[in-house]
Design a protein around this ligand. Structure first.
Ligand SMILES: Nc1ncnc2c1ncn2[C@@H]1O[C@H](COP(=O)(O)OP(=O)(O)OP(=O)(O)O)[C@@H](O)[C@H]1O
Ligand SMILES: [Mg+2]
Length: 355
């Protein structure tokens, strides 16, 4: 079938209804049809239509069940579905929209409404696909640039280190300081590039969900932090046996970011206190990481999760401002939520939920 014209699949158990819609649309679009939900799913798998017009009342598998089957299928779930219902039918329209249909059209159909709705949804779908394609290109470009930056960066920092080692007696002290600054700058950039590459990996990878003990993961992260700086006075309260169903590797990235932040932003307190726990709320289980550190002004709370957004100066606390951005992307990938509360000089609490 030629792809030059957009393709609409009509699924309805009554041939008369199919005939009415097909007559209306066949001049502008490629039309195929199926007379049952199952036949529609089979046909869509072969032909990948651009839009589906789906009758609600059908024997055996009704429109709702058919729609749910479409939305569960990775290859078919992005095809927009418009329900077609008779006004006389008692149909729960909210249910249809909740399970993923984009619109409803009532029978007896009004030709102008059908044509306009179909045209609008197809235009929206085309724009969406173009945007996705552009995003993919941008991500690949970002990945390539990040990756290719590494080699020249290593040359600059490597040569600077060689200079310090080989001719440190010959170069004046200010020049040495400047070489140190170059090396530090390269280290920061290397860290940034690694984070961007990790982010690209996270964006492109699928979720491998398992059930695991989050408390054990947190204890390991805390032990590593303590070992890196044993001189700090620190109390850590970690609730035991917190279970979660999520991607283990990605959750490790989130927990490492949240706990390293709690560790970092409480470093100026005489004694840092970090608490990690969970609570059962009516919307489900939420987890939290709380500290008694520098906190932040709640006015700027929505900025925290933006890329390169920092509320504290680098002179006070080092960082590049990507940890929370990446954590939010990971939680959103799990269809969860992440948010924060804080008060300046009192502390901060980061919450997240993963359904
Ligand atoms: N526990 C916390 N207490 C107070 N402020 C915090 C806390 N966690 C994050 N913030 C604020 O949110 C900003 C963004 O945090 P994020 O983790 O993304 O970046 P970062 O820690 O600055 O750098 P990095 O990318 O290295 O993690 C921080 O710069 C800081 O201002
Ligand atoms: Mg951070």
């Amino acid at each position: 079938m030629s792809k030059s014209r957009e393709h609409i699949l009509i699924i309805d158990d009554l041939l008369e209804n199919i005939q009415v819609l097909a007559t209306l649309l066949e001049n502008d679009y490629e039309i195929t049809f199926a007379t049952s939900g199952q036949q529609g799913i089979d046909l869509a798998s072969q032909e990948n239509p651009d839009l589906i017009l789906l009758d609600v009342m059908m024997p055996k598998m009704d429109g709702f069940e058919t729609c749910e089957r479409f939305k569960k299928d990775e290859r078919l779930k992005n095809i927009p579905i418009i329900f077609v219902t008779a006004l006389s039918e008692e149909v729960d329209e909210t249910r249809g929209l909740e399970i993923g249909a984009v619109d409803y059209i009532s029978k007896p159909i009004s030709p102008a409404i059908v044509k306009t709705r179909v045209k609008n949804h197809l235009a929206f779908q085309t724009a969406h696909k173009e945007l996705q394609e552009k995003n993919r290109n941008l991500e690949s470009f970002c990945l390539a640039v990040s990756h290719d930056l590494r080699a020249p960066l290593r040359t600059v920092s490597g040569v600077s280190k060689i200079l310090i080692e080989d001719i440190s007696d010959l170069i004046p002290i200010e020049a040495r300081d400047n070489l140190d600054k170059i090396i530090n700058g390269c280290n920061r950039m290397e860290e940034l590039v690694s984070t961007l590459l990790r982010f690209a990996f996270i964006s492109n990878s699928g979720l491998k969900k398992t059930s695991f003990n989050l408390s054990l993961m947190i204890e390991e992260i805390c032990t590593n932090l303590k070992e890196a700086d044993p001189s700090r006075s620190m109390e850590m309260k970690i609730a035991s046996d917190m279970e979660i169903f999520a991607d283990l590797e990605l959750m490790k990235v989130v927990m490492t970011n949240l706990i390293s932040n709690a560790w970092k932003y409480s470093s100026k307190k005489e004694k840092s206190l970090i608490e990690v726990g969970s609570a059962d709320m009516k919307e489900g289980k939420i987890f939290f990481v709380k500290d008694n550190g520098a906190g932040f002004d709640l006015k700027f709370g929505d900025k925290l999760f933006g890329a390169f957004q920092r509320l504290h100066s680098r002179l006070d606390f080092d960082g590049i401002g990507l940890g929370l951005f990446i954590s939010q992307k990971i939680i959103q990938k799990h269809c969860g939520k992440i948010w924060a509360l804080g008060e300046e000089n009192v502390g901060a609490t980061f919450f997240f939920s993963v359904p």
